[in-house]
Write a protein that binds this ligand. Structure first.
Ligand SMILES: [Zn+2]
Length: 315
């Protein structure tokens, strides 16, 4: 079987193990002869296993797949959308603020990460899940906050979270108390992905979104990496994500206070040296971006200020 049914009508299609990225997870909802894919994965993984799963359910992959939803536009979850649309003709659905990553996938490196040319080049050559080895296309449906997606008798509410990236959305099924959380909320307390954001993201939006999600009574949390969290108190997971973000903010603030003035490179070095927040080696470029967005959030709260030339200080 290409897919595993984890909750009635909800199937997980797991990608290959990808080191510190864990398993890339795609989900398929099958209800009343219709199907919806949530987060199709990279351009190759889980790839054709999604089409195989549709066939195994006796569905016509040309007519029964009603949509390919991308919770956000990062290559490890949206890269597969373009290929899947070619095969199935199903519309790609994504929020307007991440749509550019589907139109022009290279903009992920150019606009969403803080990278010098050499790092950009090495990421292009890297075979990891963030590789962009596909051409863009115009997405078909732009999602908006509060809208409902209907697949058979399942209704999913779109909730714009805007933390991990400006257009990040999660999908909530209020009947099953189930949340497709993309990269906004994950399952492991010590996972650095709980606070990683791209340059368009916001830790202030992330905390606000987590507070909103924590009130929904979620019982099943289905993130875009690794295994889902089922039949439990998902609010504990929301608490762990919010704590992680606050801890990162405190850490950056403490190091900046100790230095007096510092730039991003210095703060990344300090955060790494202090070992107080979990940082994997292979996601180097994301920590720099995350520290930048952390500083922007702290500046909005009036706690730090930018002195120009990339140098920051505590207020
Ligand atoms: Zn992501």
């Amino acid at each position: 079987m290409a897919a595993i049914e984890i909750i009635p009508n909800v199937h997980a299609i797991r990608g290959k193990f990808a080191g510190e990225f864990g398993f890339i997870a795609s989900y398929l909802i099958v209800s009343d002869g219709e199907a919806l894919v949530i987060d199709p994965g990279t351009a190759g993984d889980p790839g054709d296993r999604i089409e195989r799963a549709l066939k195994e359910f006796g569905l016509n992959h040309k007519s029964d797949l009603i949509g390919i939803v991308c919770t956000h536009g990062h290559p490890d979850h949206a890269g597969g959308a373009i290929r899947l649309r070619k095969v199935t003709g199903a519309p790609i659905m994504i929020h307007a603020d991440d749509a550019e990553l589907i139109r022009n996938p290279q903009s992920f490196f150019e606009e969403r990460l803080l990278m010098d040319r050499a790092t950009r080049l090495s990421m292009k050559l890297d075979k990891g899940p963030l590789r962009v080895n596909y051409k863009g296309c115009e997405p078909d449906t732009l999602l908006s906050d509060g809208q409902t997606i209907q697949v058979g008798d399942t209704s999913l509410q779109v909730i714009l979270t805007r933390g991990h990236s400006a257009g990040h959305c999660v999908l909530f099924d209020s009947t099953k108390k189930l949340l497709f959380s993309g990269d906004e909320v994950n399952n492991f307390p010590n996972d650095p992905r709980k606070f990683y954001v791209d340059l368009s993201g916001s830790l202030i939006s992330k905390i606000a979104a987590i507070e909103r999600l924590a009130k929904l009574g979620v019982e099943h949390l289905l993130p875009a990496h690794d295994v889902p969290y089922l039949f439990g108190e998902a609010r504990l997971q929301f608490g762990a994500v919010a704590d992680g973000v606050v801890h990162l903010q405190d850490t950056v603030l403490t190091h900046l206070g100790a230095r007096g003035e510092a730039d991003i490179e210095q703060l990344v070095f300090d955060v790494r040296q202090s070992r107080s927040v979990p940082i994997p080696e292979s996601l180097d470029s994301l920590i720099k971006t995350t520290v930048q967005v952390t500083l922007e959030g702290l500046a909005e709260a009036g706690l730090v200020k930018n002195l120009g030339n990339g140098v920051w200080t505590k207020v």
